[in-house]
Design a protein around this ligand. Structure first.
Ligand SMILES: *[C@@H]1O[C@H](CO)[C@@H](O)[C@H](O)[C@H]1NC(C)=O
Length: 374
């Protein structure tokens, strides 16, 4: 997972070269024009600030006795990997934290209001298991608001769904960890940095919530591809931040070509941090194991992961407004919110996903707050 100093240097050089004329012979005209164009102010601002000037993502964690928003034992949609209470997590303070922005109040999540607003609509989460985490969280939050409402639930490898039948609200999950395609060919599994055939399944949605990053770092057995293809060239491997930048750029083009912003609202679920390296919060011998409280304050000592730069850069170029759920820093403060050893699926220590109820409930609360302002 280590993208330290050198990862940043390589990415910085790559971005610099791309923006300079040195590389022009290697770039398509459109790409070169986009690289030197000014960031699109509209889509940048949307993710950063609300109309009333409140940055929802700048704030701190406080204890709120009314939390959590649901009990995992009464939510029918939780995977065992997120059900920390069921798998013996002994502490419960982590369930009580609520996010407080510095300059405004986060509206309380009103599930009935959401179901009424979304009546007849389809909401799709697209990405890796962090999308699964957020989709299950939202399903549980809505279910807790209308515990007697009729639902149907389908959990499959590629597409999963929860339907609130009385309201005609469908929450879908499309699993595609890299957003771009992996194609099985004679040479093996090819990660195609410039292709999103899978995107056909994302059309016709009212809300799309995308996320990708964690799988780009995977090597060895957990790497899901054998070769990377960029244009006509195939590689055994490449710098993973650069690969992510290229793949996410392809995704940005897909959004511009396929999303009608008058019909579909698009969110990008910001980079979700891990807590395997205690040195990031000045406890070098630790990871998330045994952590029972968030970090105080608003700053994460370890700084932002470099993938955040890639997301900001790509989002700044998309013409369709994409709302960045800028959840990285607020999630970095929650070293206490991972399943660690209390997971029904992961062996070892999971400092990458999040317990439910827990942090993804706040991500959904923030998305709700954002939707209220749109
Ligand atoms: C959730 O509900 C179960 C069963 O009613 C109860 O035993 C448990 O204490 C509840 N958990 C929390 C955190 O409130």
């Amino acid at each position: 997972m280590g993208f330290g100093f050198w990862g940043r240097v390589i990415l910085a050089l790559f971005l610099l070269l791309q923006a300079s004329s040195l590389w022009l012979p290697f770039l398509q005209q459109a790409e070169a024009a986009a690289a030197t164009a000014k960031p699109n102010k509209r889509s940048m601002l949307k993710g950063r600030k609300q109309a009333n000037g409140c940055n929802l993502f700048q704030g701190r964690w406080v204890i709120d006795p009314s939390f959590p928003l649901y009990n995992s034992s009464s939510c029918p949609f939780i995977d065992s990997e997120f059900d920390c209470q069921k798998y013996g997590r002994p502490d419960s303070l982590y369930l009580k934290y609520s996010w407080r922005p510095d300059s405004c109040n986060l509206p309380r999540f009103d599930g009935v209001d959401v179901l009424k607003r979304w009546s007849g609509k389809k909401i799709m989460f697209v990405g890796d298991s962090l999308s699964l985490n957020m989709w299950e969280s939202l399903s549980c939050m809505l279910h807790a608001s209308v515990p007697d409402a009729k639902t149907s639930f389908l959990r499959r490898d590629s597409i999963s769904s929860v339907v609130f039948q009385d309201y005609g609200v469908t929450l879908l999950l499309y699993r595609t960890p890299y957003l771009v395609d992996i194609v099985k060919e004679d040479v093996g599994r090819v990660l195609k940095l410039d292709s999103i055939q899978a995107g056909k399944a994302w059309l016709g949605m009212d809300v799309l919530v995308f996320n990708s990053w964690h799988w780009w770092t995977h090597k060895g057995d957990s790497q899901a591809w054998d070769l990377i293809q960029d244009g006509a060239t195939r590689y055994q491997d490449m710098d993973r931040l650069v690969a992510f930048y290229k793949g996410l750029t392809t995704w940005g083009r897909w959004v511009d070509l396929n999303v009608d912003p008058t019909k579909t609202k698009v969110f990008f679920q910001g980079i979700s941090p891990t807590h395997y390296l205690g040195k990031e919060w000045n406890q070098p011998k630790k990871n998330c194991n045994g952590e029972s409280e968030p970090l105080a304050g608003s700053m994460y000592p370890g700084g932002a992961p470099p993938a955040v730069d890639v997301v900001n850069r790509v989002l700044s170029r998309i013409k369709v407004p994409v709302y960045l759920l800028d959840i990285t820093t607020l999630s970095q403060l929650r070293k206490d919110a991972h399943p660690a050893g209390y997971s029904g699926e992961h062996s070892g220590t999971d400092c990458s996903h999040w317990c439910l109820p827990g942090l993804p409930d706040t991500w959904n609360q923030l998305m709700y707050a954002a939707l209220l302002t749109m």
